[in-house]
Design a protein around this ligand. Structure first.
Ligand SMILES: [Zn+2]
Ligand SMILES: [Zn+2]
Ligand SMILES: [Zn+2]
Ligand SMILES: [Zn+2]
Ligand SMILES: [Zn+2]
Length: 447
């Protein structure tokens, strides 16, 4: 439990466990790759490189969850393979998460949700014949096969999973070197002239035309893959690509501002509200400077993080870069803990130019908690940007907005500024389903 005056440290957001570690391809404690990983003999769900790492993780967390995992294992018997369908496995997994009492996405929930299973017969290891083990794909390490099934999966799918594994390695490297888990790569110096973000066709265009990475343009492809052979430069381009998963927040905001404010190029101040702000928004906070750097006439940027998961009521100290400070520009970040529809009746509230709720999932999770806020936003005196990773969520959300009679400044569409790094969906509709941060976006507005 965080103490009352605890301030989240921006540099070290709570460690999101790499998918490779959840799939037992890395030491669960230090995240090192080791050829001698040993599993917890009780639950068989986590692996360690050494006794020291095992002890550390036991004291950190594992003693609280090992027993629950053992209990889940006991509830599964031998499952014969013929006729077993994906939905059988999927339903069992959802049930497992419910039985574990895990709040998603905490570590227990993620361990249960990402438990390895055979790609072909959908059996988990405890469901195999006595003592049989799953083998991980030797290329991506993220999908597994039982010894009775063919040991391959489609190469395009494997390639996508290899991307996830590669990003995991970037995360591990970054964390081990700096204690941070998000890479932020944005424009170093403020632009002198406004160039609409809408004039860029993709992240490559943004980095090389609007931002300041022109020097790398010939050595990477449009997909931000490095094409030359310099390890330092390779790393910086890998960080650019990986960083899109964080700065997708800021670029999506700029794109939304361009869509709703025709005079954005001459706007001098902006007031933005981030609704339901949590870890992802907080760890991306330093990148809000990008708004000042892409919008040259902007002098004052005011951002309020509002939501029940905001950890503190204290204002956040933020400092602009030297250039911006010299030009008399400022950013301020206020935080307010509680639901947005309650916040609007407080003295702190000032009508924003734009509000935004990233990955709210309001039609899927915590519907009752979200509903009063959603109902308020349908008629709010400002537009609100929403994003989702999966189309299924958008469908649910459109049902709610139509019921509330809301209008749209932008209908749902694929977001040009979605994150480029895939992540594995925990309980997907099919094996190895992946999603991308802020894949879909739309803007709601009073009719
Ligand atoms: Zn270790
Ligand atoms: Zn265990
Ligand atoms: Zn199998
Ligand atoms: Zn593979
Ligand atoms: Zn600056």
């Amino acid at each position: 439990m965080a103490s009352q005056d605890a301030k989240p440290d921006w540099g070290s957001d709570s460690r999101p466990t790499p998918t490779l570690a959840l799939k037992q391809a890395l030491c669960f404690s230090c995240w090192d790759v080791s050829s001698h990983l040993r599993r917890c003999t009780a639950c068989k769900r986590v692996s360690y490189c050494s006794v020291k790492c095992q002890k550390q993780d036991w004291n950190r967390h594992h003693k609280k969850i090992c027993k629950k995992l053992v209990a889940l294992n006991k509830q599964k018997g031998y499952v014969p393979s013929p006729g077993r369908q994906w939905k059988d496995h999927h339903n069992e997994r959802v049930l497992d998460i419910l039985r574990s009492g895990a709040q998603i996405p905490n570590e227990l929930g993620r361990l249960v949700g990402y438990e390895p299973y055979c790609y072909r017969c959908y059996r988990q290891e405890v469901q195999l014949e006595d003592g049989a083990k799953l083998n991980a794909c030797q290329f991506c390490h993220l999908t597994s096969f039982c010894t009775s099934c063919p040991q391959t999966h489609p190469s395009t799918e494997c390639a996508t999973l290899q991307d996830i594994a590669a990003d995991d390695r970037i995360l591990v490297d970054l964390y081990q070197r700096t204690g941070k888990t998000s890479a932020i790569s944005f424009t170093m110096l403020p632009r002198k002239q406004y160039l609409p973000l809408s004039s860029a066709t993709d992240w490559y265009d943004y980095y090389t035309k609007l931002s300041d990475k022109i020097g790398s343009s010939s050595r990477m492809n449009r997909d931000l893959r490095y094409q030359a052979n310099d390890s330092k430069e390779r790393q910086s381009i890998e960080y650019m690509r990986y960083g899109t998963n964080t700065t997708t927040i800021q670029l999506t905001l700029v794109a939304a501002l361009e869509a709703i404010i025709p005079t954005i190029s001459s706007q001098r101040s902006l007031n933005l509200h981030i609704i339901g702000a949590a870890g992802a928004e907080f760890s991306s906070a330093p990148a809000f400077e990008e708004l000042l750097h892409l919008l040259p006439s902007l002098k004052a940027l005011h951002i309020s993080f509002v939501g029940p998961n905001v950890e503190t009521q204290n204002p956040y100290p933020v400092q602009c870069c030297k250039m911006c400070t010299m030009m008399g520009r400022s950013t301020s970040i206020a935080v307010w803990r509680g639901p947005y529809h309650v916040y609007v009746d407080t003295e702190s509230y000032q009508t924003p130019d734009l509000a935004a709720a990233f990955h709210s999932g309001f039609a899927v999770d915590e519907q009752a908690e979200w509903y009063p806020t959603i109902k308020y936003l349908a008629n709010a005196p400002h537009p609100t940007l929403f994003t989702a990773a999966i189309y299924f969520e958008i469908e649910g959300e459109m049902g709610v907005w139509n019921y509330l009679g809301a209008g749209f400044a932008k209908n749902p569409e694929v977001n040009k500024w979605k994150g480029m790094s895939p992540s594995l969906v925990m309980c997907g509709d099919k094996p190895n389903e992946v999603c991308y941060n802020n894949y879909w976006w739309y803007i709601v507005q009073k009719r």
